[in-house]
Design a protein around this ligand. Structure first.
Ligand code: CAA
Length: 417
């Protein structure tokens, strides 16, 4: 039986503080246009020790359960995708289970493959439901991370943090995933980005990582397109196959990356139908490409441009931004998604927006979360970047949020506001 499976609901957690990119550019003696235009970044989320990955994940999950009045007994699987957990052994998922007082009769674990971990969790949840192993229950998948490269590194303007919690079920009111086996995959053993044990900051071969991302996209998209054409989800019919997608949400390490990705995706289509040969036709394609970026991709970048990279959560923050735009034309339309994790693993998949994909309540909630953040100065930013991650907390948790509160013997303690 072909069941409907996908994302029923989503919730976001962003850190309470942010840095204006203009302030960072000024402090680093860089032309602000490099960050604004060259990277597409306006603001960057900043965590303090109280906002570790567990606190971000648990806060997003709490919001999901509370806003949608989810009966915890409905949940049989809790997966957290993260590459910035707090322990080499104890998963973030088990902290979340404890903090939210979820039932014991469920599977809980973390998934790690750089920024791809959230998607690995989502795909596992979908397969778990499709197989019938769920016995009627739903899954919660959380993508949560803190992206850190360190002060005065080329990666510094591409930091950020956040968490997205997703309820995955047979009632895909936000996004019904096209399945079965409707995804395109590309993985390889590459050394583009890594974080050796004991290091807080990631190390990256920046320009090479961009190339790895684009090569993975090309492979994964072609794999998805082949299946999507066979099933009639998209067609060539005078245009490009990707024109059949109302929107494409990409993994967003920085917003300009999505622009490069979209150009690559169109190039993969043009390679199939024939590239423009004369300069006039090439100019026309440049115009069409820019228009297509504005229509298909720009709406997914509103939140990432204000949050920065959140590794596993980045793709889903972009998707949530699309849903929170309250676009009445969105329900019923097909969306493409590209997930990339360095190292590397990637997947291109698609889904159809459900009835809740345009909701004024979601928009109000996201606006409130972003607007209630505190802007920090460069001095405060550098202070928090240099602070010991287990330093005593300085802030009380806001209502509905969790904060790390210190270590008692070996136990990490959290407070709920
Ligand atoms: N006005 C407008 N644009 C300007 C400018 C100015 N004054 N000055 C420079 N620019 C443009 C450049 O032309 C360039 O544009 P293009 O990419 O279109 O050529 C852009 O700004 C960036 O400039 P540089 O390439 O000179 O920047 P950089 O060398 O300082 O580093 C970076 C850029 C490699 C992305 C670096 O920020 C980095 O290493 N970031 C972390 C790695 C990363 O995010 N990789 C992405 C793929 S890996 C992945 O996706 C997984 C993940 O999450 C990490």
């Amino acid at each position: 039986m072909n069941q409907r499976i996908g994302i029923e609901a989503m919730a976001l957690c962003v850190p309470a503080r942010y840095l204006e990119m203009e302030d960072l550019a000024q402090a680093r003696g860089v032309d602000p246009q490099k960050y604004a235009i060259g990277l597409g970044a306006k603001q960057m989320a900043l965590t303090d020790p109280g906002e570790d990955t567990v606190a971000l994940a648990a806060t997003a999950a709490r919001r999901l359960f509370d806003r949608h009045r989810i009966d915890p007994e409905r949940i049989g699987l809790l997966i957290c995708g993260t590459e910035t957990g707090v322990d080499h052994s104890k998963p973030v998922a088990s902290y979340v289970q404890g903090l939210l007082e979820l039932p014991h009769d469920m599977r809980t674990y973390d998934v790690q493959h750089a920024c791809y971990g959230g998607t690995a969790g989502l795909m596992t949840a979908i397969d778990w439901i499709a197989s019938g192993s769920n016995a009627g229950r739903a899954a919660v998948v959380i993508a949560a991370d803190i992206a850190r490269y360190g002060l005065r590194t080329p990666g510094e303007p591409t930091q950020g943090a956040g968490a997205v919690a997703m309820l995955v079920s047979n009632d895909p009111r936000l996004l019904e995933i096209d399945r079965p086996a409707m995804t395109g995959m590309f993985s390889d053993d590459v050394h583009d980005f890594w974080r050796p044990h004991g290091r807080r900051e990631a190390v990256v071969d920046g320009h090479y990582s961009v190339d790895c991302y684009l090569e993975a996209l090309d492979g994964a998209y072609r794999g998805w397109r082949k299946k999507a054409l066979e099933r009639g989800l998209v067609r060539w019919s005078g245009g490009l196959a990707s024109d059949g997608l109302a929107h494409v949400a990409y993994h967003v390490p920085f917003c300009k990356m999505a622009q490069k990705a979209h150009a690559k995706l169109r190039a993969a289509d043009l390679a199939e139908v024939g590239r423009p040969l004369d300069p006039e036709a090439e100019k026309m394609e440049a115009v069409r490409g820019a228009r297509s970026f504005e229509a298909q991709v720009a709406p997914t970048l509103v939140l990432p441009s204000r949050i920065g990279n959140a590794y596993t959560a980045s793709l889903y923050i972009g998707l949530l931004g699309l849903f929170s735009a309250n676009d009445r034309a969105l329900p019923g339309r097909r969306i493409g998604l590209f997930s990339y994790g360095s190292g590397c693993a990637s997947e291109f998949f698609s889904g159809v927006a459900g009835p809740d994909a345009a909701s004024p309540e979601l928009k109000a909630e996201i606006d409130r979360l972003l607007d209630s953040r505190e802007r920090v100065s460069i001095a405060e930013y550098e202070h928090w970047m240099n602070t010991d991650p287990v330093a005593p907390p300085t802030l009380e948790p806001r209502p509905g949020t969790y904060r790390f509160a210190g270590i008692d013997a070996h136990r990490r303690l959290y407070l709920r506001g």
